[in-house]
Design a protein around this ligand. Structure first.
Ligand code: ADP
Length: 638
């Protein structure tokens, strides 16, 4: 029978993996067991609705057999099995996720490291068996099929699939363990104690019993009696099938039974993350609804962020049976970065996805878990600032986005968790900002944009800085919306420095500006006439210290919003910020314009107005309609 070849890229990866110096070869058993457990999950799930399965929950198990002489380890399960097509599809291609592609162009040793990473992160689980085996045989019979199949491979040179006999539904994975070589003692894997150790280490929480024949030395009667008439006994070796994993899922255990370290190990293994999570949150709730939950806040965005693997949602179990693997109704959207498990025994197993969504119980759980996550994050913010800022860099945006997707209702939920830059290095929370405000400061000043340097050099900032007031620099397009929704924090109103009156003038100053404004009426009208629709009007400003001009806006739409919405298809043409051009009445440039205007040199006055308008646009980060015309004008003056 002709051997089928692995897909070319699979072959390359397989080769690298088998020959890699990967030190954690022992994980092969975990991978095979976890596949067996998944297969049982599937059949068990089916048995809830399909009577023909004919199996009870207690019937399912994973069995490990070791034959030292023949150097065989067999892992058998009575799960769902595989059809011929599934065998071909599942075991003929490695890493279907396309994870291989990212390795192109890497050096040889980098490739090897990448292969190791892949073992950790992607679905090459089954193939890890080739790290310790020189031949792997899979005998499987799918549920609902009469025919069993045998898949055999010695590694990179391909595989065969033939028909075979198998009485019951399920899968046997038979690994022929390599001979010892190059300091690698593969033979240890054929020792019972080693297998038991590996199961406890890696597969202890597998929900199904992992059984194995365990040797016992027993005192048995020989049937004879000694000189005193007592029955004679001798030591005899007996083999008894025992369950070697403790099964109780880690989230079902108390803090005494499962330490934080164990939870962290569980997280790293389950979510394929090499880094410890930032926090482990354990909940044991009793009351209106009882449930246990174990949540993790990852320390970084997972590499596989855009794959199904990292779609948001928690696993939902009811008494150890998984109901849904990505249930997004268990946490407010703003905490979608959390991973973990919720086990609620009271939920009905047959509940459908649709009804789940509207389930009151789930809403209750989500609200409680949201509180826990928030409390944990606040604690982190206070006690381990560095960690929190790292978290914020990774997930701050997910948090904001989550709030937006719930129509702003949840801004209050995260307002204490937000951080903003007040300088290039320093970030503060809103509370910290308010706490640091000088006594006379009345508003929370902020500026929105995408470029810190530009925001910091806005002419409007000068006056604030002189007074020793901090400015919050906001870079996410959602922040402006948040501020709009919140209106104030700790009773201090927000003030967008690019839009609003900074509120720093005294009564006298106000009157003075009004007077100046009145005097400059004709000039300002002339500027408006010169610039036309580009601005709503021109006015004198009291915001500016050494700058000559700035652009501010009026009404609900700011320049930031205009930029954001205009980048989206379908935004109507007339969606525009109302622009006000503000002049510093004491600035030489303004005075030069005034002089020309008063002397009747309208052309010169118009040129200066145009240049100042362009400068205001540039400072505000807006593109110029006609940059060439601007440079020509400037040259004219030079
Ligand atoms: P992963 O488990 O990450 O998907 P694997 O390479 O370990 O990747 O397995 C590939 C696929 O082969 C599995 O997704 C599953 O569909 C199938 N498979 C492996 N082992 C078994 C088994 N014991 N019973 C049924 N299907 C299995």
């Amino acid at each position: 029978m002709a051997k089928k070849q692995f897909k070319a890229e699979s072959k390359k990866l397989l080769d690298m993996m088998i020959n890699s110096i990967y030190t954690h070869k022992e994980i092969f058993l975990r991978e095979i067991i976890s596949n067996a457990s998944d297969a049982i999950d599937k059949l068990c799930y089916l048995s809830l609705t399909d009577e023909n399965v004919g199996m009870e929950r207690g019937d399912f198990k994973i069995r490990i057999d070791v034959d030292k002489e023949k150097r065989l380890i067999t892992v058998s399960d009575n799960g769902i099995g595989m059809t011929k097509e599934e065998l071909e599809q599942n075991l003929g291609v490695i890493a279907r996720s396309g994870s291989l592609r990212f390795k192109d162009g890497l050096e040889e040793d980098e490739q090897e490291n990448a292969a190791i990473d892949i073992i950790g992160q992607f679905g090459v689980g089954f193939y890890s068996s080739f790290m310790v085996s020189d031949e792997v045989t899979v005998i499987t019979k799918a549920y609902g099929s009469d025919q069993a199949y045998k898949w055999v491979s010695t590694g990179t040179d391909g595989y065969t699939i033939t028909e075979t006999e198998k009485e019951k539904v399920g899968t046997d994975v038979i690994m022929h363990i390599k001979e010892d070589a190059d300091g690698e003692k593969y033979s240890t894997y054929l020792e019972n104690w080693k297998i038991m150790m590996l199961v406890r280490k890696y597969s202890d929480y597998v929900r199904w019993p992992i059984v194995m024949d365990v040797e016992h030395n027993e005192l048995v009667e020989t049937g004879e009696t000694d000189e005193n008439g007592k029955p004679k006994t001798k030591m005899e070796n007996t083999w008894v099938e025992e369950t070697i994993n403790s099964m109780v899922p880690i989230w079902q255990r108390s803090r005494q039974e499962a330490t934080d370290e164990e939870c962290i190990e569980f997280y790293k293994d389950k979510y394929k993350d090499n880094d410890d999570p930032l926090a482990v949150i354990r909940v044991n709730a009793e009351g209106l609804i009882s449930y246990r939950a174990m949540l993790f806040i990852p320390s970084k965005t997972p590499q596989s962020y855009y794959t199904r693997e990292s779609e948001p949602g928690l696993e939902l179990y009811s008494s150890g049976v998984m109901i849904m693997d990505k249930c997004t109704d268990l946490l407010p959207d703003c905490y979608a970065f959390c991973r973990g498990v919720v086990d609620a025994p009271d939920l009905s197993l047959n509940i459908s996805r649709e009804t789940l969504q509207h389930d009151r119980q789930l809403k209750l759980i989500a609200s409680n878990l949201g509180k826990k996550v928030k409390a944990e994050l606040k604690k982190l913010m206070k006690n381990d600032r560095e960690k929190y800022e790292k978290f914020y860099k990774n997930f701050g945006q997910v948090m904001r986005l989550g709030v937006i997707s719930e129509y702003g209702e949840k801004v209050d939920e995260i307002k204490d968790l937000l951080l903003y830059n007040v300088s290039e290095e320093k970030m503060v929370s809103l509370q910290e900002y308010v706490d640091a405000m000088p006594a006379e400061q009345e508003k929370i000043y902020y500026a929105c944009g995408d470029n810190m340097k530009r925001l910091m050099s806005l002419p409007q900032t000068e006056q604030l800085r002189q007074k020793g007031y901090d400015i919050l620099y906001m870079f996410s397009q959602y922040d402006e919306y948040f501020v709009d929704t919140m209106k104030s924090y700790a009773d201090k109103p927000f003030c967008n420095i690019a839009v609003e009156d900074l509120g720093l003038e005294t009564e006298e100053q106000k009157q003075e500006t009004e007077k100046q404004q009145e005097e400059a009426k004709d000039l300002l009208a002339f500027v408006k006439e010169t610039l036309g629709d580009a601005i709503e009007r021109a006015q004198l400003s009291h915001k500016l210290v050494s700058g000559a001009v700035c652009l501010s806006t009026e009404g609900g739409v700011t320049l930031e919003m205009e930029r954001y919405f205009r980048a989206m298809p379908g935004t109507p043409e007339h969606f525009r910020a109302i622009r006000i051009l503000e002049f510093n009445g004491n600035h030489p440039a303004y005075l030069a314009m005034k002089e020309a205007f008063e002397a009747g040199d309208k052309e010169r006055a118009a040129d200066i107005a145009k240049i100042l308008h362009c400068q205001a646009l540039l400072i505000a980060g807006e593109p110029l309609d006609d940059p060439a015309a601007y440079t020509e004008l400037v040259c004219k003056f030079i």
